[in-house]
Design a protein around this ligand. Structure first.
Ligand code: PLP
Length: 399
């Protein structure tokens, strides 16, 4: 329970809800919900093209959020912030646009073995179109990327690296500064998938040095349907538009169209204005809580939960890297993750089961999937105790 998140008061099958599916999506604080309502009650209007009062107000607030995101991730310019529908669209945007421009037959893109399908399939599509191929960075049993092998994957055909900052399945925090330094030493740009890091640690894109950084609003206490693609100005300027339509053009004739400048070149059509404003409120909310405080809180939960869960008979954790966020993937004996998830659900505990859109990780361990508990700012040690008690209770039933 938390005063800012009414949904956490819910009862599920007569039990108090214990929401531990935060890596899939976080709950939204009341202030974010209020922003969405306020937008539609008082401000709804299409942005950028209107001469009237509401359009001007909506445009101003939308652009203010762009500046807020810029500050939040310490980008150099606000026009390096492109609003999208989420991480998936952000990565597809880069894979398509970068692919059209820079991928040719025989070229290579490096991804890691612990990527979400969203950071694999767009690159496969781009590679298929271009006649290029993927190279994969392996990881250890603990879930740590092998940087030695990474270095050996570069050659004169390497065009881009795409890796996540944090693995949604293993919880590993990857050394993105180091991965970037190595990519740049080979004059190769790097995209970082920040879907699982943005709400769990301070992110500074200039300190990382990456060329692209992508994330989703709904995993950081904001609305669904909105996300961000950050790209360095120098590289964005060289890329062709991803989608054609309104807003992204300067002039259109049937003979030739010229494109708008950044960021509008990449924002075709009417954006999710209310959701962007909600994202701005989510950032303010996180800043009020203190990003480092959130990270410290989740780190304490991770340590506490790891220790307690390992006391459950037959429980195995997948992802034991020294640097982790509050994500614990596990299996109970030989039981199927879905059975564990279903029994926990009946006790009011929401976890995720399955491959978590990371089938290559499951193949790496030779398992069908895992049960995943993931934490957020409102998660408490009492909730972890409830999870652990439930696991003690159900473990003998499944052995
Ligand atoms: N990348 C990672 C690491 C994720 O965990 C997710 C979602 O779980 C995504 C990408 C895709 O995010 P979305 O579905 O919000 O586009």
């Amino acid at each position: 329970m938390h005063p800012d998140f009414k949904i956490l008061d819910s009862k599920v099958y007569g039990h108090q809800l214990v929401y531990l599916d935060n890596a899939a999506t976080t709950q939204k604080p009341q202030c974010v919900i209020d922003t969405l309502t306020r937008y539609y009650e008082t401000l709804n209007s299409n942005i950028h093209r209107g001469a009237h009062y509401l359009a001007a107000q909506a445009t101003e607030q939308y652009e203010q959020v762009r500046r807020k995101v810029q500050q939040f991730i310490n980008a150099r310019y606000a026009h390096e912030i492109i609003f999208t529908r989420g991480t998936t669209e952000s990565i597809n945007l880069v894979a398509s646009s970068f692919g059209w421009k820079y991928l040719h037959p025989g070229d290579e893109v490096i991804v890691s073995g612990m990527e979400h399908h969203s950071n694999i399939v767009p690159w496969q599509l781009a590679c298929e179109r271009a006649g290029a191929k993927l190279q994969v960075i392996p990881f250890s049993d603990e879930g740590v990327l092998d940087l030695h092998v990474y270095e050996t994957l570069f050659n004169e055909h390497t065009r881009l690296v795409a890796v996540n900052h944090v693995s949604n399945t293993l919880g590993t925090i990857n050394p993105v500064e180091e991965l970037t330094r190595i990519a740049h030493a080979h004059s190769v740009p790097i995209l970082v998938d920040g879907a699982q890091s943005i709400a769990h640690m301070p992110v500074d894109v200039q300190a990382i040095g990456c060329d692209f950084y992508c994330f989703s609003g709904h995993k950081m206490y904001g609305p669904m349907g909105v996300g961000v693609m950050y790209g360095r100005e120098e590289i964005l300027d060289t890329l062709p538009p991803y989608q054609g339509g309104g807003e992204m053009i300067k002039e259109v004739t049937f003979e030739k169209t010229t494109y708008n400048e950044l960021p509008f070149k990449f924002e075709a059509g009417t954006p999710a204005v209310g959701d962007v404003l909600g994202l701005g409120t989510a950032i303010e909310y996180m800043e009020q809580q203190g990003i480092q405080q959130l990270a410290d809180h989740e780190d304490r939960l991770l340590r506490y939960a790891t220790e307690k869960m390992l006391e459950v008979e037959g429980l195995r954790i997948f992802g034991t890297a020294p640097n982790k966020v509050g994500v614990i993937s596990f299996l109970l004996g030989a039981s199927h993750p879905y059975d564990v998830g279903t029994l926990l659900d009946k006790l009011g505990i929401a976890v995720r089961t399955g491959h978590h859109c990371t089938q290559p990780i499951m193949d790496r361990y030779g398992i069908p999937g895992t049960v995943r508990a993931s934490f957020a700012l409102y998660t408490t040690t009492e909730e972890i105790d409830i999870l652990v008690q439930a696991l003690h209770r159900i473990a003998p039933m499944l052995m």
